[in-house]
Write a protein that binds this ligand. Structure first.
Ligand SMILES: [Zn+2]
Length: 544
């Protein structure tokens, strides 16, 4: 039993005069919801009282016709990374839209930081910078000659460092590329430009935040999650440090979403590996409490489309040989995946390009016979561009496709440039997933993209990019189906279809009140819907 902090109240509520979209096919619409002890005890059209004995404690909320939806579930994000980023130099396009603007922010931070200490930042996106290019070490050197600097691109798969950082890491023109990584070089001199791709980012000894830092950042992040309407989120890169912070926040009554952690399995990117520890401790998927429940482990197979590092079948647009980077050879990957599966740990595998998806499927297909794959709901994360044959196998093994459909909006313009038009019809193929009967919940991948799920809905329905370009006209789905990606399909992804995902008697009182009815407004307006109230287990976690 955990300590019940401030946000976990036991008040009862009657929400009435509401337009309730339950997402439950047995009772799709209602005007009244009653909530007691964090559970939904009534859905229908009669007001009455919650409980005659406790009627006096019951708060009546007249929603004046406003729309109520199930609380949203984000099945793939990085809460701790986002929290820590919120404490770093913010290089997102809204904050700095030129290379010089980024350098100015670095300079300002350098003024406030003791010489020699690392300056960390995140969020730049060359496709949204006025110069339409990556920043280089030389752009940053004037801004911070005496501090090592490392700024991650929005995708997290590419970073830029300054000369001080290169010097500390001992990297020069003679340094070979590490396995699974790439050091970009000046074509004339061979000097590193400061751009580091994939595992080359690990060459820098950047200090990681403390639990206190993490909790500080997470508190800001959690407020965003509630504001975006999330009542459950999956952490796709959980480490021991994250888990300590989550448990402390829970004990302190600050945890306002249910967390579904996927432990980071191997030494990949910057995070510590957990697979061996979990196996040694006998941890199985499903261990935990209703607020924090372990899902399994996350493995990485390739990079990103924006950074041209996803493992594609065909070269990126305009290149002859670059088909991206595979993080691990097939044999090594299969052996790690099998270890997890045999130990009762579900796997979620980052696989974007066809070559990465292929290795993921092979690993699951060759799992030991003792593992009941079809019952496990293992996941392919992003699953951006599966082939027909791969779709068939995904269905056969009942895998969940963690489709990052919001990328169509946020990163779509770089996808168009890097993949070319023809391939886009197969990218984040929501319609095709539906036709195959593949469960494909949506996700934001915060902080890779902004977390607002209304933009994800918009992308799924309109297939439009941030610049207004049409990504494709083949994979559009209805608003109702897009909503499933954040509700019913997402609940399925953590075996929670009996407790969350719809507004149904007996389920948790996880719900949101929104500013407009998504089923009635113009598709163009979907992305502007605001969450006016969020309730998690019957406690109000956000109110506008
Ligand atoms: Zn991710």
């Amino acid at each position: 039993v955990f300590h019940l902090g401030a946000i976990y109240n036991t008040k009862d509520y009657i929400l009435h005069n509401a337009n309730v979209i339950t997402m439950d096919p047995d009772l799709p619409a209602a005007s009244v919801i009653k909530i007691s002890d964090g559970k939904i005890i009534y859905v229908g059209n009669e007001i009455g009282t919650v409980d005659p004995l406790r009627g006096a404690d019951t708060e009546m909320i007249d929603l004046q016709g406003k729309t109520v939806l199930p609380g949203f579930i984000d099945t793939h994000m990085h809460p701790a990374l986002y929290g820590l980023f919120l404490l770093e130099i913010d290089c997102r396009p809204a904050e700095a839209d030129t290379v010089a603007g980024i350098a100015a922010k670095v300079h300002a931070q350098a003024q406030k930081t003791p010489v020699g200490q690392w300056l960390k930042g995140w969020g730049w996106d060359d496709s949204k910078l006025a110069e339409r290019r990556n920043p280089t070490r030389w752009d940053l050197d004037d801004a911070a000659p005496n501090h090592p600097v490392l700024l991650k691109r929005t995708c997290g798969h590419v970073a830029v460092v300054n000369s001080k950082a290169l010097e500390l890491a001992g990297i020069n023109a003679d340094t070979p590329d590490p396995e699974g990584g790439h050091i970009a070089r000046d074509p004339q001199t061979g000097e590193p430009t400061g751009i580091m791709e994939e595992r080359a980012i690990e060459l820098f000894d950047v200090p990681i935040g403390s639990v206190e830092d993490l909790k500080k950042g997470l508190k800001v992040a959690l407020a965003d999650f509630a504001r975006w309407g999330f009542t459950t989120v999956h952490d796709m890169s959980c480490t021991g440090l994250n888990m300590i912070a989550y448990q402390e926040l829970l004990a302190e009554g600050e945890l306002n979403v249910k967390l579904r952690p996927w432990y980071w399995a191997l030494k990949q990117m910057d995070w510590d590996p957990s697979l061996e520890h979990l196996i040694a401790l006998g941890m199985h998927s499903g261990f935990g409490s209703e607020m924090i429940r372990i899902q399994g482990v996350k493995l990485m197979l390739d990079g990103s489309v924006g950074g041209r590092t996803a493992a594609m079948a065909e070269p990126f647009e305009g290149e002859e040989n670059n088909r991206g980077i595979l993080f691990m050879p097939e044999d090594a990957f299969c052996s790690e995946a099998h270890k997890a599966l045999e130990a009762g740990l579900r796997i979620a595998v980052h696989a974007i390009g066809e070559r990465a998806i292929e290795i993921c499927l092979k690993a699951i297909e060759t799992a030991p016979a003792t593992v009941d794959i079809q019952e496990m709901r293992n996941r392919i994360e992003h699953c951006a561009i599966p082939t027909d044959d791969q779709l068939r196998r995904i269905k056969e093994m009942e895998l969940v496709a963690g489709s990052s459909v919001g990328f169509v909006y946020w990163l779509g313009d770089s996808y168009i440039r890097n993949l070319g038009r023809e391939r886009l019809k197969r990218v984040y193929p929501q319609k095709t997933f539906q036709e195959w009967g593949i469960v494909a919940p949506a996700n934001s991948d915060v902080p890779i993209c902004d977390g607002n799920p209304m933009v994800g809905l918009y992308a799924a329905v309109t297939r439009k990019t941030m610049s207004g370009d049409i990504f494709d006209d083949q994979q559009n789905i209805s608003v109702e189906d897009a909503l499933k990606g954040y509700t019913t399909a997402a609940a399925f992804a953590s075996f929670e279809e009996d407790t969350i995902g719809t507004l149904t008697v007996g389920k948790d009182a996880d719900l949101i009140v929104v500013s407009a009815n998504p089923l009635e407004i113009e598709a163009e307006e979907l992305k502007d819907i605001e969450v006016e109230l969020t309730m998690m287990k019957g406690s109000i976690t956000h109110q506008k």
